[in-house]
Design a binder for this molecule. Structure first.
Ligand code: ATR
Length: 276
């Protein structure tokens, strides 16, 4: 029987995951199908949908908003990064058990280090935001040993709580937007707030951007967001959106499910929308 996979979210029409996994499967000659499920949001409905998918031969799911926490709760086993992120973006169904992973952070790291050629070791990194997206990237970032990882958020107490949760894994600290002026330039500034979804601008001073550095917007397909425009106007070396992260997290899930690592370059090129 052909193995079944899908992405579940609500809404789901915007998803690129079936396209990405379809291209991976074709290139890696895998006998599988990958669909999209619009999950019902009523209490308990997510678990019912997942169980029905497994009963119908489902082997794995990608999970997107608003089900990342429900997937976390449903899992029998969670990886360390999923546990720390408190959210799950991939499930695997094996021997009657539900295994949970979060590949968002590692996907971002692979894009930055392998595709964009910026190893984080020894670099100064600034992350804006302290919500789910920021939470998911902290552990993978710290394993890459940046010289310093600074977390800044409107609500400083949330940034401090996150730092307390991961502090043992490396050099990380929280600061307020007002402190940023004194911290100088960063090699990499990542916008992990949801501000780009509302076209709002995170309150960062232009002095954090470096002419040799990079500004990375996690969102994909939103064009030159206010954050990227601010960075460009401040003279940052490179502005990047989350297309590479999107494809790399998919590749991690594909490898986890199928045991085959797909090549990502052609897929990233196909999905790239130039930031003009
Ligand atoms: P996600 O899962 O996408 O990270 P989230 O958990 O709701 O979403 O977190 C949203 C993040 O974006 C938070 O860090 C939030 O800041 P607060 O914790 O202070 O609310 C941040 N955010 C949202 N809108 C913002 C804006 N207009 N300016 C700055 N930060 C914003």
């Amino acid at each position: 029987m052909t193995d079944r996979y899908a992405v579940i979210g609500n809404p789901i029409a915007q998803t690129k995951s079936p396209l990405i996994h379809g291209l991976f499967a074709e290139a890696a000659r895998q006998d599988m199908v990958y669909g999209a499920i619009e999950g019902a949001t009523a209490p308990g409905a997510f678990a019912d949908t997942v169980r029905a998918f497994v009963a119908a031969g489902g082997k794995g799911l990608n999970v997107t908003a608003p089900f990342k926490l429900a997937a976390f709760a449903l899992a029998d086993e969670r990886s360390e990064r999923a546990a720390l992120a408190g959210a799950v973006n991939a499930l695997k169904f094996e021997d009657g058990r539900i295994l949970a992973e979060n590949f968002d952070g590692i996907g971002l790291l692979r894009d930055i280090e392998d595709n964009l050629g910026v190893p984080l070791a020894g670099r100064r990194v600034l992350v804006l935001g302290a919500g789910g997206a920021a939470r998911g990237l902290l552990l993978p970032f710290l394993t890459a040993r940046p010289a310093e990882l600074v977390l800044v958020n409107r609500d400083a107490t949330k940034a401090e709580a996150l730092v307390a949760a991961v502090g043992e894994h490396g050099a990380v600290r929280a600061c307020t937007c007002a402190d940023l002026d004194a911290l100088g330039r960063f090699d990499l500034v990542v916008n992990a707030t949801s501000a780009s979804l509302t076209s709002d601008l995170p309150a960062v001073p232009p002095g954090v951007f470096s002419p040799a550095g990079m500004a990375y917007e996690l969102a994909y397909g939103k064009g030159l967001t206010p954050f990227l425009r601010l960075a460009r106007n401040a003279g940052v070396g490179r502005v990047v959106d989350g297309v590479g992260m999107l494809v790399e997290q998919a590749a991690e899930a594909f490898h986890w499910w199928r045991g085959v690592r797909p090549s990502t370059r052609a897929v990233i090129d196909r999905l790239t929308i130039p930031l003009t």
